[in-house]
Design a protein around this ligand. Structure first.
Ligand code: SAM
Length: 301
């Protein structure tokens, strides 16, 4: 039995103990990677990171994540609905309503994948302001995910307009995005897949105009012990099975679930955002569905 199989077959209390020990990692642990130099993997003290519950070299992670999203790209939208019972749509709608973009807003949607956020943003501007001057640049590291996104936009009013554009970019170094060039930066369910979360947030700070807003929608940590138990069962037993059934790919969905548990809890992530220079309102995040997901937000003042 592989170690991963062994993990999923652990009795729930043991699994929870392991999970909570992972969740107890300090804020310092989440920011340790920020001190790593990009070429550290070539040295004998190569930096390690996580890929789901596996420790891997930092230099390996990007390729492993790339493989996951190349595998799931075609079934990504269908699986999102199946896994969340459509709830991801409500979270994304709420995310855009919280942004409340005004006419002419320029949005950079990073790790934009198949375009859920970009589409909702343009729909909001059109439906609320009758505005067709708002623009979104959808960037993602994975060309296959972007291709599915581009195809989706073909059957919308935004096809063949300059309101939406697509670009392959790594969230950790947005080489083709100039300093202080966008009003709003979004990243939805993308940042936990990045090797250096702190570098992603610093890049967001760089590309935002003064007064601009960083917004992140990401799976997060559930505090309520009863909900948490149900959520663990659903995550570790149901989602990989759905992945197998619908996308013929258990492993990719196992990674996606595990990567959620590796992402910093809400206060630690809020600290990373503030450390990058952003000002937050109040604690800096809003829990959705008991903390299954959270919206973190910060302003570049
Ligand atoms: C779970 S999908 C989210 C897609 C979309 N934002 C949504 O909410 O449906 C995560 C996306 O992050 C992208 N991604 C992973 N690592 C990235 C990186 N370093 N830079 C940019 N995009 C990345 C993946 O290719 C994938 O499209």
């Amino acid at each position: 039995m592989s170690s991963m199989r062994a993990f999923t077959s652990l009795a729930t209390p043991a699994r929870r103990a392991l999970l909570s020990s992972r969740n107890m990692r300090s804020i310092a642990t989440y920011t340790t990677h920020s001190n790593a130099t990009p070429d550290a993997s070539n040295s004998t003290t190569a930096q390690k990171t996580h890929f789901g519950f596996r420790d891997v070299l930092e230099s390996e992670k990007e390729q492993l994540v790339g493989k996951v999203f190349s595998n799931v790209a075609e079934k990504y939208d269908v699986m999102n609905d199946a896994m969340s019972g459509g709830v991801h749509r409500l979270w994304k709608d709420h995310f855009i309503r919280s942004m409340a973009p005004g006419p002419g807003t320029t949005l950079l949607d990073v790790a934009g994948g198949t375009g859920d956020i970009a589409m909702r943003f343009l729909d909001y501007c059109k439906n609320i302001h009758n505005d067709s001057s708002a623009t979104v640049k959808l960037v993602d590291i994975n060309p296959q995910m972007l291709k599915v996104g581009e195809q989706r936009f073909q059957s919308t009013p935004y096809a063949n307009t300059n309101q939406v554009s697509f670009l392959v970019q790594n969230a950790e170094h947005l080489d083709d995005i100039p300093d202080e060039s966008v009003d709003v930066y979004t990243i939805a369910f993308g940042i936990r897949n990045c090797t250096h979360v702190d570098r992603v947030v610093k890049e967001a700070y760089r590309v935002l105009k003064p007064g601009g807003r960083f917004m992140c929608l990401e799976f997060s940590q559930v505090e309520n012990p009863v909900i948490s138990k149900i959520y663990d069962f659903y995550s570790f037993d149901v989602i990989p099975a759905l992945g197998q059934m619908i996308a013929n790919d258990r492993e990719s969905y196992k990674y996606l679930v595990e990567s959620i548990r590796q992402f910093p809890p809400q206060p630690a992530f809020a600290k990373i955002i503030r450390d990058a220079g952003f000002s937050t309102v109040g604690k800096g995040w809003e829990d959705l569905t008991f903390g299954v997901a959270a919206i973190h937000s910060g302003f570049k003042l």
